[in-house]
Design a protein around this ligand. Sequence first.
Ligand SMILES: [Zn+2]
Length: 283
Amino acid sequence: MTQIVKPQSLMSLVISFALLIGLALPATTVFANATSVPGGVYAWSVPAGASDIRFQNNPVFVVGQTALVGIPIRQALGPAQITFVYGGQDQTHTFEIVDKRYTEQRITLQNKEMVSPNPKQLERIRAESKRQRAIYATVSAPMDLSTGFSMPLEGITTSLYGHRRFFNDQPRSPHSGLDIAAPTGTPIIAPAQARVALVDDLYYNGKSVFLDHGQGLITMYCHLSEQTVSTGELVQQDQVIGLVGATGRVTGPHLHWSVSLNGYRIDPLAFREALAIATSVNP
Ligand SMILES: [Zn+2]
């Protein structure tokens, strides 16, 4: 069916569209920062005097006057709330979760035990995952993050956070971190000051290091050939924590870097950018 638009009505359409844009602009500006995406970071300027800031009941990371809130990748779109106490009263701040289309990735693995583990391996995987969840739930005292986050490794980004993955055509959960490829033995550095929460050898993740940066910010480094720190040790920004390797479920030497914020694995690059803005450090 063909629709004929008369020049006159077309003109009025253009005018109303222009008016619509003109009217919409101030609102867009006001709400520009009041959105985030699943797997992203929501930055919120904390009102002076506000305390006990929480998202989904978990305490939230605060640097300077900015709260950085980790949004789970499975978060429903639409309104989401931060709760806080202000002037002795319980308050909420509402923001909006908007869609982000993450790309798809198909991987072929020769080692079938890495795609479909046997019952004994599954038991090990479950125990390891419980151990990891306990680390992610840790909320320690604040550390010095005023100099932002260094990149833990310079290399080729081979897989972004959020990729919807298929291993040998079987769907798996979205990629929970960022993959950076570099030759085996390349040093990996701590992005910021941290306490080493765990040094472990895991079924899927291989030789791994977990860093606790305080306030529910935990980072994880996987598939290492060697860990150069010990559990409980305090590390400083840019200190070497391990070397690139190919241990665990991999197709080649690379670093899998995860960032966990208030209990959720989020996009490491989005966090790094949000922290840079919050601390006024060039990312
Ligand atoms: Zn990865």
